[in-house]
Design a protein around this ligand. Structure first.
Ligand SMILES: NC(=O)c1ccc[n+]([C@@H]2O[C@H](COP(=O)([O-])OP(=O)(O)OC[C@H]3O[C@@H](n4cnc5c(N)ncnc54)[C@H](OP(=O)(O)O)[C@@H]3O)[C@@H](O)[C@H]2O)c1
Length: 346
């Protein structure tokens, strides 16, 4: 476990260790983990330029006003996009690409519990559309800007707040997990999502070895996630989460402020350095690279638990088996195939 004191000590040096004017994209920072990570980041960063992609304009205005109070020298811009849709995701990325030549940091936390068999208007599983596909698309679309940042600045990183360390089987026969029974979907969704995210990020790292990628599981964090869960199953999640939080919250949940600090650490520490190049983040003495998702130290993609460490050997060995079976290529072909299908004729 990375001690919280080490996290705080590292974050406290961002101001003196990283350059001013870092450019960061937060997809889903109008609430929850994204919001607290954004506010923590702007507390430390010098004159950052921030783009927030989400849907709720009122919440975005509130978050931006609070960020201005924390760091008046930062620049903040809201980009409206429904990240359930790839075309909207592309439009948001285009807006950023028109304005910026490089991007230092991309934090992906947009998502909603939607348990609905009905696919999106673009034919994607509604739960995976925001939780996976649009996140993959943002990372892919902004990869040239991240690579540009890696060549001239010390930070070029993507942080995907999802289900790192829970890798396991991938449902290759039904990549969108649309046709499984309810109970099977429930048990197979988490390893499927975790694995496709890590393997997709590994494929991006192969193309951009000077950029680093963190895929974390934030632990249970009390936010709006369960409150906005949709469907009968969503109601169940709302009730169960409130009951567990009321009785066991202080022991089982990661305090949201701590989650913000830890995510800023994931976003900036040299622990999660790229496999090549000099964009290692905070070059602090005594900090060495962590073990990557392939089991090698400093290999550029990190699947980690809420505390910054990998959970067990199980995820490393599950990923090893998936790579040996060619599932990394299957994931890449599937995801890019869906993007091509959706954007054909645009
Ligand atoms: N909290 C936890 O315990 C927990 C545990 C494990 C994993 N996670 C992961 O962390 C992610 C974030 O959780 P959280 O606790 O921060 O949730 P949250 O408080 O509900 O925040 C979700 C964010 O996603 C945005 N969003 C949702 N649907 C969107 C859409 N279609 N288009 C654009 N933005 C959208 C929301 O903004 P708008 O409403 O403004 O669009 C909001 O900013 C989850 O999706 C999940 O992947 C969380």
């Amino acid at each position: 476990m990375v001690a919280l004191s080490d996290v705080l000590a590292s974050n406290a040096q961002i101001q003196s260790n990283l350059p001013k004017g870092l450019i960061a994209i937060f997809a889903g920072a109008t609430s929850g983990i994204g919001e607290v990570t954004l506010k923590t980041f702007v507390r430390y960063a010098v004159e950052p330029r921030i783009y927030i992609i989400a849907r709720n304009q009122t919440a975005a205005e509130r978050v931006i006003a609070e960020c201005r109070q924390i760091n008046a020298k930062g620049q903040y811009e809201f980009i409206y996009a429904d990240l359930m849709l790839i075309k909207e995701t592309d439009r948001a990325c285009e807006q950023i690409k028109r304005k910026e030549k490089l991007v230092n940091l991309v934090v992906l936390s947009a998502g909603q519990f939607i348990f609905d068999r009905k696919p999106t208007s673009e034919g994607l599983n509604a739960l995976l559309a925001t939780g996976c596909y649009s996140r993959f698309r943002i990372a892919q679309q902004l990869l040239p800007l991240l690579t540009a940042a890696a060549s001239t600045t010390p930070l070029a990183r993507v942080v995907n707040v999802s289900s790192g360390t829970y890798e396991g089987d991938v449902v290759t026969s039904d990549m969108q997990v649309q046709n499984l029974s309810f109970t099977k979907a429930f048990s197979e969704m988490k390893p499927h999502v975790a694995s496709i995210a890590t393997l997709y990020l590994e494929a991006l790292a192969d193309q951009a070895p000077t950029v680093s990628f963190v895929h974390d599981f934030p632990g249970p964090v009390y936010s709006n996630l369960h409150k906005n869960a949709i469907g009968v199953f969503g109601l169940l999640i709302r009730v169960i989460t409130e009951v567990i939080y009321a009785f066991l919250g202080r022991w089982l949940f990661v305090p949201i402020e701590e989650s913000g600090e830890r995510h800023v650490y994931f976003a900036t520490s040299k622990n999660y350095r790229p496999r090549a190049g000099t964009a290692v983040g905070m070059a602090l003495e005594g900090v060495n690279a962590a073990e990557g998702s392939d089991g090698l130290v400093g290999s550029g993609v990190y699947s980690i638990n809420w505390d910054g460490e990998k959970r067990t050997e199980a995820s490393v060995s599950a990923l090893k088996k998936l790579r040996a079976k060619g599932v990394k290529e299957i994931v890449w072909d599937h995801v890019t195939g869906e993007f091509d299908r959706i954007t054909a004729g645009m």
